[in-house]
Design a protein around this ligand. Structure first.
Ligand SMILES: Nc1ncnc2c1ncn2[C@@H]1O[C@H](COP(=O)(O)OP(=O)(O)OP(=O)(O)O)[C@@H](O)[C@H]1O
Ligand SMILES: [Mg+2]
Length: 286
C-alpha cells in the first residue's frame, strides 16, 4: 500500500553537515522511498478532553515490524496519541474522539467487543516502570492466565522463557517469589516488558521507556526493541533524537497536536523540508 506521506524527498536541498554527527550512518544510506505495509493506522483522528481538542485531524500509518519513533516538542500530544492507540484514554475524564484507529483493518473502537483484547494486542510500556505489587513471577504469570496464553501447568515454564527473552533470568531466576520493587529501575522496566510480551501483543507502545534508566539499562532496552521488531510493531515516544537515529526505521513528528511529517527515518534526517522538524532533529529545539 502506498502512503501519500511516504514521499521521496531526496532532492538534496538540505546539506547533510547540518545534522548531528551521530546520525551520519543514516546519511550514507539514501535510496528510493520504501512502501509502507501498516499494522496500525489512524484516519481523521481528533482527540480531546472536555472542551479542549488535543489531537487535530491526524491520518497516519505505522509500518508493520518496524520501529516508529513518535517525536515532537513537549505538550505536542505524543502521549495522548499513543494512549489513543490502545484505548487507554478512555480512563481519563472528559475524553472524546472522532475518526478511526485501525489495527490490521479493524477499528479498535468499534470492532472489538472486549477492550481487554485491544490492550492485549496493543501492549504499552510507560516512562516509569510500574510492576504490579505481586511477586516477580506473578507479574508475568497474571497475563498468561488471564488471556489463556498457555495451559496452567506450563505457566511457570513460560514465565521463565519470557524472563530469558528480555535478559532478566540470570538476575531474578532465584528470587521469583520476591517483590519486584527490590529490583533496579532498569530491571523493573525489563520485567514490565516481559509482562507485556507474555500476552503475545502485535504492537507495543513505548512512552519514553528509557528516560528514567541509566545508560547500560537504556542500551539493553534499545537492543531488545531492535530485536523485537521481527515479531512486533513498535511505536516509541522519545525525546532523545540520537536514540531515534539509532533505532527507529520511521518517524512520525507532531507539533501542537498536528502531524507535521511522517517519513522513513533516514529520509527525514537527510531531507526534511520542515523547519520545525529540522530544528528539533538538530537540537535547536527540544
Ligand atoms: N487527561 C487529560 N486531560 C486534559 N488535558 C490533557 C490530558 N492529557 C493530556 N492533556 C493535555 O494535552 C496536551 C498534550 O499532552 P501530552 O501528554 O499528550 O503531550 P506530550 O507530547 O506527550 O508531552 P511530553 O513530551 O511533555 O510528554 C497537554 O497540553 C496536556 O495538558
Ligand atoms: Mg508524553
Amino acid at each position: 500500500m502506498q502512503n501519500d506521506l511516504t514521499k521521496n524527498r531526496s532532492n538534496g536541498q538540505q546539506p547533510a553537515e547540518t545534522f548531528p554527527t551521530a546520525v551520519s550512518p543514516l546519511q550514507a544510506e539514501t535510496g528510493p522511498a520504501k512502501e509502507i505495509i501498516s499494522r496500525v493506522r489512524t484516519t481523521g483522528l481528533h482527540v480531546g478532553f472536555g472542551p479542549r481538542e488535543i489531537i487535530h485531524d491526524i491520518s497516519v500509518e505505522f509500518p508493520q515490524n518496524q520501529v516508529t519513533a513518535l517525536l515532537g516538542p513537549t505538550g505536542s500530544g505524543k502521549t495522548t496519541l499513543l494512549r489513543t492507540l490502545n484505548r487507554l484514554n478512555e480512563m481519563s475524564s472528559g475524553f472524546w474522539m472522532s475518526g478511526r484507529v485501525d489495527l490490521d483493518g479493524r477499528d479498535i473502537y468499534q470492532d472489538f467487543s472486549d477492550v481487554r483484547e485491544v490492550r492485549r494486542a496493543v501492549g504499552m510500556l510507560f516512562q516509569r516502570p510500574n510492576p504490579f505489587p505481586q511477586s516477580i513471577e506473578e507479574n508475568v504469570a497474571i497475563g498468561l492466565r488471564a488471556h489463556h496464553i498457555v495451559p496452567a501447568p506450563q505457566i511457570h515454564q513460560e514465565v521463565e522463557r519470557q524472563l530469558i527473552n528480555v535478559g532478566l533470568w540470570d538476575a531474578v531466576g532465584d528470587k521469583l517469589d520476591e517483590s519486584p520493587f527490590g529490583l533496579s529501575g532498569g530491571q523493573q522496566q525489563l520485567l514490565c516488558l516481559a509482562r507485556t510480551l507474555a500476552v503475545r501483543p502485535e504492537v507495543i507502545l513505548l512512552d519514553e521507556p528509557t528516560s528514567s534508566l541509566d545508560p547500560i539499562s537504556t542500551q539493553r532496552v534499545e537492543d531488545l526493541v531492535t530485536r523485537l521488531k521481527e515479531k512486533v510493531t513498535i511505536i516509541m515516544v522519545t525525546h532523545n533524537v540520537q536514540q531515534a537515529a539509532r533505532i527507529s526505521d520511521y518517524i512520525v513528528f507532531l507539533n501542537e497536536g498536528s502531524l507535521v511529517e511522517a517519513n522513513w527515518s533516514r529520509e527525514m534526517f537527510i531531507n526534511t523540508q520542515n523547519h520545525i522538524v529540522e530544528d528539533f532533529l538538530t537540537g535547536r529545539m527540544g
